[in-house]
Design a protein around this ligand. Structure first.
Ligand SMILES: *Cc1c(COP(=O)(O)O)cnc(C)c1O
Length: 321
């Protein structure tokens, strides 16, 4: 007997009720150039990425005595934005801990979202130490980017929305980093449509969950520059939620190259008119390259649109990644 997984369909349904009205229900579009392929456009969230779902659910799941003290994270990426936005919407204090290495424009972007910024140390590890101090010393609650049941349940609401529009897809392709998104979506999809294949897709350059699944335990990988920068970073050597869930629920994990990601970003721009970030394009990268055969009823989950305009312009011009 294996232990039950930490997030269930019932948790995801409860999350959907909790976040309704605070998170957009996003459209799903038929890809006019790839018959039978669908694009779930969750990059159309207010903060430009799906992470608003998990951050909002985790925040609203906290008891009032914790909410009055506030929440804390060290993320400057899509999770940091999402948590700052969710906290402001709920009238809760949010603290974001950054190192001195974070560029001024990113610091300002976090402040613009209403979060309090604390700058300490010279590395992400030192920023994480400041998070630990804020938790221990001031009673703030850390809301982590993926390894937390309420975050996973929030991301899983995307699986419910996909099945509302297409009740029994052949496959759902999910961008995979720490695995909160894939774990949540797979829980919903496998519960309601067990025959649907759920496939995680990461970049070749530094795919921590893929390496960990292959090793049978969480391992570290060398971080490398990639167009799919939102998929970088580790899964945590003490991962307690998403590793087991991805191991139990994903049918496969596929890796794509930088050129394939760039081509997929151009394809998505051609069919939607939108600039999406590299992380959002990995499903299309796998289909267009033939790494995954495009069978009818394949859904690509487009996860975020926070790409620097100069980077996107370079990719549109067809320059190498
Ligand atoms: C965080 C993120 C992912 C990956 O989500 P995980 O839960 O860490 O696997 C994918 N795409 C975008 C745009 C993200 O911000």
């Amino acid at each position: 007997m294996t232990a039950p997984l930490p997030v269930t369909l019932a948790d995801i349904r409860a999350a959907a009720e909790r976040i309704a009205g605070r998170v957009r229900r996003t459209p799903m579009l038929a890809d006019p150039r790839l018959p039978g392929v669908w694009l779930k456009q969750d990059y159309r969230q207010e903060t430009g990425a799906f992470k608003l779902r998990g951050a909002t659910n985790a925040l609203l799941s906290l008891p009032p005595e914790r909410l009055v003290r506030g929440v804390v994270t060290a993320s400057t990426g899509n999770h940091g934005r999402a948590l700052a936005h969710a906290a402001r919407a709920a009238g809760v204090r949010a603290v974001v801990c950054l190192s001195h290495l974070v560029p001024a424009n990113k610091v300002q972007a976090v402040r613009d979202l209403g979060a309090e910024v604390r700058i300490t140390g010279q590395s992400q590890d030192e920023a994480m130490d400041e998070v630990a101090r804020a938790v221990a010393g001031e009673g703030l609650t850390e809301v982590p980017p993926f390894d937390h049941p309420a975050v996973v349940a929030g991301q899983g609401t995307l699986g419910l929305e996909i099945l509302d529009d297409l009740p029994a897809p052949a496959a759902v392709l999910v961008p995979l980093s720490g695995g909160g998104l894939a774990a949540g979506v797979a829980t919903a999809v496998k519960a309601l449509s067990p025959a649907t294949r759920v496939i995680g897709v990461s970049m070749e350059r530094g795919a921590a969950m893929a390496a960990s699944l292959a090793a049978g335990r969480p391992v570290e990988v060398q971080e490398q520059a990639t167009l799919a920068d939102s998929l970088g970073g580790g899964i945590g050597l003490h991962n307690s939620v998403t590793f087991d869930m991805c191991r139990a629920l994903l049918d496969d994990v596929v890796l794509v190259s930088e050129d394939e990601i760039a081509a997929a970003m151009r394809h998505i721009h051609a069919v939607t008119g939108d600039a999406v970030e590299g992380a959002a394009a990995v499903g299309h990268a796998a289909l267009l390259s033939g790494r995954i055969a495009p069978v009818a009823g394949t859904v690509c989950l487009l996860s975020g649109a926070n790409v620097a305009p100069a980077t996107f312009a370079r990719i549109l011009e067809g320059q190498a990644a």
